[in-house]
Write a protein that binds this ligand. Structure first.
Ligand code: 6PG
Length: 240
């Protein structure tokens, strides 16, 4: 698990964008299937990416997937797709057919099946699982990632690609990419910033299976953490 610790959330966002652009440049003929997380943390990165790197990003070679979605329509401010559409997709003009959103407005169970079929149809398959080029994850203070919450660990070993889940506090229905397709990805990156995440970062970096995020970080083949100083404060390793 490689650590990348930067001074601020903005520095961390820039470092991560540069990392992704290098990977795109290293395989100039490849289509990249990337699964993006929602929540608050990555929105700064999406905004910087759309404005400061619009001209240098080979957008036509990126296919946009979601790690998870809240079961709300895109117009709802809770929608991960809706947020990314406003902040990046519409700003840089990503064509519809490169966007594979989760329909938060649909029946969750049926939509999880539809999304699973879409992934298997469009994403290269390896070990009978989709081979995402990159899965970008966040982590909640409770240790959840994707929308795999503590107490719903069955989603970590589910045979389905996407499953429904329920937020333990709000009881909001979610659709979540499960453990196996995340672990199978060529690369998993956790983008985590802010002092409120310092204790969960420590647990993620040093524990086994105590939280869903650690379970995934301990099994994925290529894992990198992009952290700001505040989120990394409990780790021995400091900024290089
Ligand atoms: C979501 C995310 C979720 C997120 C964590 C962290 O839909 O909420 O995909 O897994 O990464 O909850 O969220 P914040 O970035 O808002 O702290």
């Amino acid at each position: 698990m490689k650590l990348n610790i930067c001074k601020s959330p903005t520095d961390t966002a820039y470092a991560l964008i540069h990392h992704i652009l290098k990977e795109l440049a290293d395989e100039p003929d490849k289509i990249f299937h990337i699964a993006f997380s929602g929540g608050e943390t990555p929105m700064l990165m999406y905004d910087i990416w759309a404005h400061d790197f619009a001209e240098v990003t080979p957008w036509k070679r990126i296919r946009f997937w979601w790690v998870d979605e809240r079961c709300v329509p895109p117009s709802n401010s809770e929608s991960n797709y809706g947020q990314m559409k406003r902040i990046l997709l519409d700003v840089v003009g990503i064509p519809e057919h490169h966007i594979f959103r989760i329909h938060g407005e649909s029946d969750p169970v049926r939509e999880a099946v539809r999304c699973s079929e879409q992934v298997m149809k469009h994403v290269p398959v390896d070990n009978y699982l989709p081979l995402f080029d990159l899965v970008l994850l966040g982590v909640g203070e409770d240790g959840h990632t994707s929308s795999i919450f503590p107490g719903q660990e069955a989603l970590l070993s589910s045979h389905a690609i996407y499953e429904t889940s329920t937020h333990p506090c709000t009881h909001q229905k979610r659709i979540a990419l499960t453990g196996a397709p995340i672990i199978n990805a060529r690369e998993v990156i956790f983008l985590i910033t802010g002092k409120d995440k310092a204790s969960v970062v420590k647990e993620l970096y040093s524990s086994g299976d105590t939280i869903p995020a650690a379970y995934i970080a301990g099994r994925a083949q290529q894992v990198e953490l992009y952290l700001d100083e505040a989120a990394a404060v409990n780790l021995e390793q400091k900024i290089r």
